[in-house]
Design a binder for this molecule. Structure first.
Ligand code: KIV
Ligand code: NA
Length: 277
């Protein structure tokens, strides 16, 4: 299997095949995504909520993200690796953005970065791309701007706001983004944007008309089940499986059933006799 590149991803989309993206936040979840054949792995800052227990994504720092990126990179050989630049590391100026993106590459072992925002972030995206680091755009529901959006809710439902999304997507393409994530956008709007762009769209809650799909691994596996977005399909219920297994262990310890002989180191009989004498 070959290492996935942005050129490979764009050619997948040109052929009309779908791009697969899964988030990962540590070594085992990276190995799983890789073994499942995901073409791209995203170290999304959603990990702030679903792996670290923060109540939004705005608190996570670049250093925290880097710690997770390195673990994910150690688990992946083929997938194209992308990480979110966290809130507060890229919005103020292009210099900040380039430095943060460079740390993602040098220290986090990532190949590309994702930033949230449309037209207003296009110049930032352009600056990062010019510095030699591929950028994935992200518009629609942008969780780092939760306070502005007033909650996790669908974006681009009115004709006027849908038109703004189209302009945002075009601005990001023009800035040199290699693809754009569309999150929580009505399917017809996402499909329209996908037809308008030369670069691929990666949908999450944006319908089947996108060039590819992404889901948050902890949501789709039922690892994080305190809140499951409408657009997430749960392919497994890992937290149920895990709690059942852990409860079994506790029961068996209490009952003296674990550990069994097979989990125990024996001692040669003669040594044991000497020891007990
Ligand atoms: O943080 C994340 O996991 C994301 C994806 C949902 C696109 O940004
Ligand atoms: Na994110």
């Amino acid at each position: 299997k070959k290492k996935v590149t942005i050129q490979a991803l764009q050619s997948v989309a040109r052929k009309g095949d779908k791009i697969t993206m899964i988030t990962a936040h540590d070594y085992p979840t990276s190995l799983w995504a890789e073994r499942a054949g995901a073409e791209t792995i995203l170290v999304g800052d959603s990990l702030a909520m679903v792996a670290l227990g923060y109540d939004s994504t705005v608190s996570i720092t670049l250093d925290e993200m880097l710690h997770h990126c390195r673990a994910v990179a150690r688990g992946s050989k083929h997938a194209f690796l992308i990480a979110d630049l966290p809130f507060g590391t890229y919005e103020a100026c292009a210099k900040d953005a380039i430095r943060a993106a460079q740390r993602m590459v040098k220290e986090g072992k990532m190949e590309a970065v994702k930033i949230e925002g449309g037209k207003d972030m296009a110049e930032t995206a352009r600056a990062i791309v010019r510095s030699g680091i591929p950028v994935l755009g992200h518009i629609g529901l942008t969780p780092q701007r939760l306070a502005m959006l007033g909650g996790f809710r669908v974006q681009g439902k009115s004709a006027a706001s849908a038109k703004v999304l189209v302009e945002d997507a075009l601005a990001l393409q023009d800035a040199g983004c290699f693809a754009v994530v569309l999150e929580a956008v009505p399917a017809p709007v996402a499909e329209y944007i996908t037809r308008q762009l030369r670069i691929p769209t990666i949908g999450i809650g944006a319908g089947a008309g996108c060039s590819g799909q992404v889901l948050v691994q902890q949501d789709m596996l039922g690892i994080f089940d305190r809140f499951v977005p409408k657009f997430c399909k749960q392919y497994a219920n890992m937290s149920e499986t895990a709690v059942e297994a852990l409860a079994n262990y506790c029961r068996e310890v209490k009952a003296g059933k674990f550990p069994g002989v097979e989990h125990t180191y024996p001692m040669p009989a003669e040594e044991l006799a000497k020891f007990e004498a």
